[in-house]
Design a protein around this ligand. Structure first.
Ligand code: DAH
Length: 347
């Protein structure tokens, strides 16, 4: 009976949608809902059903009856308003019932999966995830991170500025180009020690095989008494082994950032040759991202006494670490955001 009902419903709806005038809609109404109509006949058989079946089928018949009535009302209204029927039934049948096997469950996007995994790894060692504005003041993104106004180092961040009134103290408004903009915001909360993990969307004017204008970064910041480079190195090692695998190693190389002193670039051993050097990595190492000891000027901007406290920070791209993880080979980063279901379904 259930199947019969579905057939009746589909049949009725397609007839209604194809009806050309009010005479036809009336004929359809009689065919299904009239005294001897198909639905009326079915309603009459209900009392003969067993007690178990009656409630379920009863409500189903009523549901179909309501659908037919509603569709008729809409069609009659449209015909009265002279509207043509735009639904192309041969292409898309909105009335088709779905079966259990048609119900496809989706899953989290692989960047979301990576964000959750990274968060869990850092939670383990006491970092708390925080969030700060993506639409940010220049002051938090640059000035408070020791970039003087008009300093050429700012250019590396290829920033999108927003047309908005410029604040006397905080300067222009922009789309934050890095999660480091959360550092001084976190310090200004006034609570020490700090163990922050800021994961957010970041924006830069760039688009090629390894860049998208919107991407994600995760930023760690630790501030307290006697925080040393060895603490940074220990944290890096812990993350690299937890995320990439026990067999991977990390190293730090001298570099320059305005907001850290000393500053480093962090590398990890290549997943293919494990540091020996191969065709893919050449030297055995792959670049992960930046890190360093928080610059005293930045601590001061955050109202923290650099004589008493020290800290380390790191900031890496979520998409980047995801691509570097063993087994995930993506030759164009932009595919992550092109809504290509064949690609996304694999993860
Ligand atoms: N914000 C830097 C970038 O986007 C990355 C970075 C470097 C973050 C060094 C840090 C750091 O916290 O200490 O390129």
């Amino acid at each position: 009976m259930e199947e019969k009902l579905i057939t009746i419903k589909n049949n009725a709806i397609s007839l209604i949608l194809e009806a050309k005038n009010l005479k036809e809609t009336e004929e359809i109404r009689i065919q299904f809902l009239g005294r001897n109509g198909e639905i009326t006949q079915l309603l009459k058989t209900l009392p003969k059903l067993s007690k178990n079946e009656r409630p379920k089928l009863g409500s189903l018949v009523n549901e179909v009856k309501n659908i037919i009535e509603d569709t008729l009302t809409i069609r009659v209204r449209d015909l009265k308003n002279n509207k043509s029927n735009n639904v192309n039934l041969s292409k898309f049948d909105i009335t088709e019932p779905i079966t259990e096997s048609d119900r496809k469950l989706g899953h989290l996007h692989l960047v979301t999966q990576a964000i959750r995994e990274i968060t869990a790894i850092f939670n383990e060692i006491g970092f708390t995830r925080v969030r700060y504005p993506e639409i940010e003041w220049d002051w938090y993104a640059f000035t408070s991170l020791n970039f003087p106004t008009n300093h050429p180092a700012r250019d590396d961040w290829e920033t999108f500025f927003i047309e908005a009134p410029v604040d006397e103290k905080k300067g222009p408004v922009l789309l934050t180009p890095h999660t480091s903009s959360g550092q001084v915001r976190e310090m200004k909360k006034g609570k020490l020690p700090i163990k922050m993990l800021n994961i957010a969307k970041t924006y830069r004017r760039q688009s090629d095989v390894s860049h998208t204008p919107m991407f994600h970064q995760f930023e760690g910041l630790v501030v307290g008494e006697n925080i040393a480079i060895s603490d940074l190195k220990g944290t890096l090692n812990y993350f690299v082994k937890s995320y990439f695998g026990e067999n991977r190693k990390s190293r730090i190389r001298p570099y320059h950032f305005q907001f850290t002193e000393p500053s480093f670039e962090v590398d990890i051993t290549c997943g293919v040759c494990l540091g020996k050097g191969c065709r893919l990595c050449k030297e055995g190492w792959l670049e992960l991202g930046g890190a360093g000891m928080v610059h005293p000027a930045v601590l001061k901007f955050g109202n923290i006494d650099p004589e008493k406290y020290s800290g380390f920070a790191f900031g890496w791209g979520v998409e980047r670490v995801l691509m570097m993880k063993e087994g995930i080979k993506i030759d164009d980063l932009r595919i992550l955001y092109s809504n290509d279901m064949d690609f996304l379904k694999q993860f």
